[in-house]
Write a protein that binds this ligand. Sequence first.
Ligand SMILES: [Zn+2]
Length: 530
Amino acid sequence: MNKNLLAGMFLSITTLAFAQDDAAKYAESITPADLKKHLIIIASDSLEGRDTGSPGQKKAAEYVSGFYKQYGLTPAATASDGSKSYLQKYNLYKRSWGEVYVKVGSKKYEFNKDFYLNGLLNVPQESSSEAVLVGYGIDDPSYTDYNNLDVKGKAVVMFEGEPRSADGKYLVSGTSEKTKWSGPVSWQAKARVALDRGATYVFIITEKTGEDLDKEIRQRAVMARRFSAPTLKPVVETPNSVAAFAVSPGIAAQILNTSPNKLLKERASIDKSGKPLSKQMTGNVAVKAERKSETVETENVAAFMEGSDKKDEVLVISAHLDHIGISENGEINNGADDDGSGTVSLLEIAEAFSKAKAEGKGPRRSILFLNVTGEEKGLFGSEYYSENPLLPLKNTIADLNIDMIGRVDQAHANDPKYVYLIGSDKLSSKLHAISEEANKKYINYQLDYTFNDPKDPNRFYYRSDHYNFAKMGVPVIFYFTGVHEDYHKPGDDVEKILFDKQAPIVKLVFHTAWELVNREERIEVDSNKE
Ligand SMILES: [Zn+2]
């Protein structure tokens, strides 16, 4: 018997079965062409990468809420004037550096280019001080740089690390062991000593110089940006925290009216003699280090489709609306895959359910379509939702979350018919079974559970919005097709989306949802796997 014929026979039998199947009928409205039509808008340059709270992100919110409205879904949130709204508004709080510089005479040194800062301080207006070299800035029972030295009201300049003799022994420990005066956090001990003695500002002369120092400064700049990422709760900063400017020997020499060579000779002489500085080096320096606070207003989109006889129970289907905006070099990150693909999937699923409802085949349980924001900044929209749910979480039967399903990763370069599923078996064995069944019956994709393994180092289970539901005990499935070379880069564009590959995954989510909302028994939470 011919193998192909056999396959053909099965195909006609299953096609027949589908014809009587409402779910399959309504799933037909989920098409590659429709997904593309929406994504061209969501991932267009005019939305400027949909940075959280930006005008482009708000345009995306407007587009999806307009679509939900058109298909008869109702607004699930309440606006401040008490009217119903598709927008669940919330704020993010951001603290960041404003103007920061070190000035010697008329020469200004630039923050995160010429020097970096350890710790936080707030000097909103330029402030100048007399400056004095204090050796290594150490105050220890066995060695001190502060004998007969008054640093009150002065900026102190000090070498990084601690004195070490030619035989390799450290002066403070008397052995080859370093002490708290060395290492990456030694600036804290040194700054505390100086500030306790009334010093104004602390400058540490870095051991690294040249290209090594430039590299360190670049890394610090990246860290500073990450540190100023917004938060969901307002941040309280201590205004006069311990801080230290890290400067090159060149800048320190400018501050102290000397040359880098002379300065480094002083360091060598402390190392050699084991005694603090014998002569004073002084100068003048001005600093400004401004901290700014900002509130970012953003909004989740929440659209509701009421169920029939089991309407108090609700299924959430989610995807994130925002992306990372415009890069520093001006290039737009359109986030077509991340998470434009999930955003437009929700629209197509909403449309399919809406058509079913219009023909009297609406869901028994309710469905909430939730386009969250703040994902790229730290899953904030879903965290906010989980703390301020529009429908009780105890009545929320599951969350199906879609984040990046439009591309193919390296591991599947030759077999694009796959999707990674994460979380499906963690809280509910039934959810996992339903998902498997829907795939077998309608899609026949390879369901790849690689990233569901708790030992997988990527820890994707914790890295998208579904986790904010899972941690509240709501079973979840996260749909994902993996990372690719354009992940979080300007190349994540609509031209590279494989809509023919994506559409069946959207149908898989739809069929899984269909079963979850229409089955007699609510799925049970029966496990709590890592
Ligand atoms: Zn994403």
